[in-house]
Write a protein that binds this ligand. Structure first.
Ligand code: 0X9
Ligand code: ZN
Length: 726
């Protein structure tokens, strides 16, 4: 099946009309009630079809080898979905609904509990960050010092943008008691709390939350009447960040679950959280939702979009192989929370973490709490069971990440992942087809020197506004024609590495075997490698005398639906294929190409790579092996140019070299290869003065230049940094 075709043409999938309610002998939904519903998925096109119709695909289950998307539907919607040919069934419920839950608390009870917590513990201070559409207070709970100090980084935990996600509020309530009653009593915990301003908003959407207790358990939005009989705006689509970017990531239909509202920030609940950010901009934030076991981070608005601060997000959320949150529920179907950019679930626009990151630089995560477990392989869904032990497990599973984020708020540049790794400072994220460099914030353009054989090209990469993060920037441009043995130097970031190998489906498949060539191309090329259940094998590469080896590839994938059995696995062998180690796994959906850059262990002599697709429609192209050669391929000439000073702080500069017979031509170029100065003289003089003026007689601007001295027997180069006081 052509999955990419199915993405743009959902109707290409075979469709059936089958509406079966209560197929599993479970509690039937009443005539008016919303119910978690399974919609049979014939192709990934079904997801796009559901998203465009304004459904929030809450999860996926596979029963007897058939995939079903889980969506919340009304009886009328079930009929409508059936009428367009989708097979619709009610999902089985994992637990009975108690009339009065023992653990979950409605808004009135929450207010009472917060009052008594604050009365009992002076470290808990109650505030109101605003009011809901129906006029309910939105509580902001401060833990620690009652005042708000500029020098203490703000940390925010916010729960229940979505009314029905009760477990997220219950987690937030227990987080408050944990921080104030347990953590604060340990010496380290007390010191940590004393160095932060910590806020918890346990219910951002009190109207919807209360409605889900009193009327409709599976209500999602707030309770604003839309004027046409429909009610509610999706608060997690109403923020100004990328608001209405497209109709896939939010809906313009008032009745839809993902209705974005009439204007960005139109909802009082969203306006309250925005005002909170203006007054107390959080360094870090976690927005708790349920369900599916995910740690999502910006960007999420478009498939393939990577935040420049991805190294920071990754350091905290972990990698798919070493994720920051484990799921300890008994018999859980998913042993961990999968970390990744938001679009790997599905794209959203007007979403909270995205806005907080763009508007305030907040390192903000969405945690989708556990999918739970386990009735005949089914999920709890939104109705987390009213079971103290299971809730306690969710709390203990989630505390380590909440605390890691709290602790990292002090210095995100040095954030540590659970394995103790900190985010890479500067690195080449990709060498081709796009050259991308990540590094600390700098200026809008970044000079890069490419050397291949005797040729040298200077490029200026640029960072657009979405590439300028708080902690890292990304500079990029289309790569010129480069290939193995191209050396890449980024003088401003002290990076110097080589393309050791590069391969793509376009080339003659020298030694690469296993996948088919597909015409879904990455860039200019005409082909990519593609597979669903096959392994792509590389030939063996030598890595002698290579420091910091790195594997880069461009990829897209049709969607693993985060089902643990479906993934793309990137594996390494250092013994020519006798044994393999998993380096990384790829999951989720990506409809656009994006690069994955993986550090390889140092000290390898030989390496083979394989990409194993397990029930995972996967495309790969532009595979690159990068690393620093201990003996650089660019052989420095015997002589050198000596400079009177470098960086140059005054108005003139002397070049000198060992005098020799013949002529010397000295040229100075900008990093964009523009000639600014050239003079030819007798090489015996051995010295030349430059007044730092260009060929029009104007002083050159401060910045990096390259001097090239051509002597009869050799050509010498020197980098010059002009840094005069202005
Ligand atoms: O759709 C949402 O707002 C969140 N999921 S939920 O099932 N709790 O409604 C996820 C938002 C995370 N961001 C992206 N997926 N881009
Ligand atoms: Zn949610």
């Amino acid at each position: 099946m052509d999955l990419a075709g199915a993405l743009v043409n959902p109707k290409s999938a075979a469709m059936r009309l089958v509406v079966v309610l209560s197929a599993f002998g479970l509690r039937p939904a009443s005539a008016q009630e919303l119910a978690l519903t399974r919609v049979r998925v014939d192709s990934v096109g079904t997801f796009a079809q559901l998203a465009r119709a304004g459904y929030e695909v809450a999860g996926v289950v596979t029963v007897n080898g058939i995939d079903y998307a889980l969506v919340v539907t009304s009886p009328a919607q079930r009929l409508a979905l059936g009428a367009v040919g989708l097979e619709v069934r009610l999902a089985p419920l994992a637990a009975p609904r108690p009339a009065v839950p023992a653990n979950f608390k409605d808004v009135t009870t929450i207010a009472t509990v917060l009052d008594s917590l604050a009365t009992a513990n002076p470290r808990i201070v109650l505030d109101t960050i605003g009011f809901s559409f129906e006029g309910r207070p939105i509580h902001g709970v401060k833990i620690g010092e009652p005042d708000d100090a500029f020098e203490r980084p703000n940390v925010l935990y916010v729960a229940t943008h979505h009314a029905r996600e009760w477990i997220s509020t219950e987690f937030a309530m227990r987080l408050i008691t944990y921080l104030a009653d347990s953590l604060a009593l340990t010496p380290n915990g007390a010191a940590l709390l004393a160095a932060r301003d910590v806020w918890v908003v346990p219910v951002l959407n009190p109207d919807g939350y209360q409605f889900s207790f009193e009327v409709e358990r599976l209500w999602r939005k707030n309770r604003r009447p839309n004027g046409d009989g429909s009610v509610g705006v999706d608060l997690n689509r109403n923020y100004p960040g990328f608001w209405r970017y497209d109709d896939l990531g939010s809906s313009g239909q008032t009745a839809a679950e993902t209705f974005r509202g009439a204007a960005p920030g139109s909802e009082p609940e969203v306006a309250a959280l925005m005002a909170f950010h203006a007054a107390h901009p959080p360094a870090v934030a976690i927005s708790y939702h349920s369900f599916t076991n995910l740690i999502l981070h910006p960007y999420g608005f478009a498939s393939g979009a990577l935040a420049p601060d991805a190294p920071i997000f990754r350091a905290l959320a972990g990698t798919p192989l070493a994720p920051a949150i484990r799921d300890g529920l008994l018999e859980t179907a998913r042993p961990a929370y999968h970390p990744g950019p938001g679009w790997q679930l599905y794209p959203t626009n007007g979403e909270y973490t995205e806005w907080a990151y763009r508007a305030h630089g907040t390192v903000a995560f969405t945690v989708e709490l556990t999918a739970g477990c386990c009735v005949a392989g089914e999920w709890y869904g939104f109705e987390f069971p009213d079971d103290s032990a299971a809730i306690a497990q969710v709390v203990s599973d989630n505390l380590p990440f909440a605390l890691a984020v709290l602790s990292a708020a002090g210095d995100l540049d040095r954030a540590r992942d659970p394995a103790g790794n900190s985010p890479a400072g500067a690195f080449v994220e990709s060498a081709w087809p796009e050259i991308r460099v990540i590094g600390p914030p700098g200026s809008a353009t970044l000079p890069v020197v490419l050397r291949r054989g005797a040729g040298e090209t200077m490029l200026a990469l640029s960072a657009d506004s979405l590439d300028r993060g708080t902690w890292r920037w990304r500079w990029r441009r289309e790569a010129p024609d480069i290939g193995p043995d191209t050396e890449i130097e980024v003088p401003g970031l002290g990076l110097r590495l080589s393309i050791l190998e590069s391969a793509g489906a376009e080339d003659t498949l020298d030694g690469w075997t296993g996948w088919v060539r597909d015409s879904i191309r990455s860039r200019e090329g005409r082909f990519a490698w593609a597979a669903r259940n096959d392994t792509l094998w590389s030939p063996a590469f030598r890595l002698d005398d290579i420091d910091r080896p790195q594997l880069v590839f461009w990829t897209r994938h049709g969607g693993s639906l985060f089902q643990p059995a479906r993934l793309g696995s990137v594996e390494l062998s250092t013994d020519d294929g006798a044994t393999w180690t998993v380096l990384s796994v790829v999951a989720g959906a990506a409809t656009e190409w994006y690069p994955i850059s993986l550090a390889l262990p140092d000290g390898l002599e030989q390496l083979r790579v394989r990409f194993a697709a397990v029930e995972f429609p996967w495309w790969i192209d532009a595979v690159q092996l990068l690393g620093t050669r201990r003996a650089p391929p660019y052989v420095a000439p015997g002589g050198t140019i000596t400079l009177s000073e470098n960086p140059v702080r005054f108005g003139r500069l002397f070049f000198s070299w060992s005098p020799t017979a013949g002529e010397a031509t000295l040229s100075v170029f900008t990093f964009a290869s523009e000639l600014v100065f050239r003079q030819t003289l007798d090489a015996q003089i051995g010295q030349l003065e430059w007044d730092l003026r260009n060929r029009n007689g104007n002083p050159v601007s401060n910045g990096a230049y390259v001097a090239v001295l051509q002597l009869p027997a050799e050509t010498l180069r020197r980098r010059i940094f002009v840094a005069r006081a202005q």
